[in-house]
Ligand binder design. Structure first.
Ligand SMILES: [Zn+2]
Ligand SMILES: [Zn+2]
Length: 100
């Protein structure tokens, strides 16, 4: 038997947008703009850990991410584009500042 479908929409706990994810730490509903997705890969993606985080719970990552800034030489060595990475980092820092 099918469950009755209730028209219950989930909204982001930080704004009025529809929620599309949940913070794995605190369980808050998150929209696309208030979700940081953490992905950790090992063994060519054989072992992958993914977690959606709200801006508050993403904060412990801040010191680590800050240490990545300006590491252009290192990124180049491992075949990554320094400009792209700096740009992406800036976007993540902006995201983490959302609640401040
Ligand atoms: Zn939101
Ligand atoms: Zn959270």
């Amino acid at each position: 038997m099918k469950k009755p479908v209730t028209e219950e929409k989930t909204f982001c706990d930080f704004c009025e947008e529809r929620g599309c994810s949940v913070c794995l730490v605190c369980g808050k509903d998150l929209c696309r703009n208030h979700r940081l997705e953490l992905c950790i890969y090992l063994d060519n993606q054989q072992n992958t850990f993914r977690a959606g985080l709200c801006p508050k719970d993403a904060e412990p990552l801040l010191p680590i991410l800050t240490a990545f800034q300006g590491k252009g030489d290192t990124w180049e060595k491992v075949g990554q584009n320094p400009a792209t990475n700096e740009y992406a980092l800036a976007g993540i820092f902006q995201f983490m500042g959302v609640l401040r």
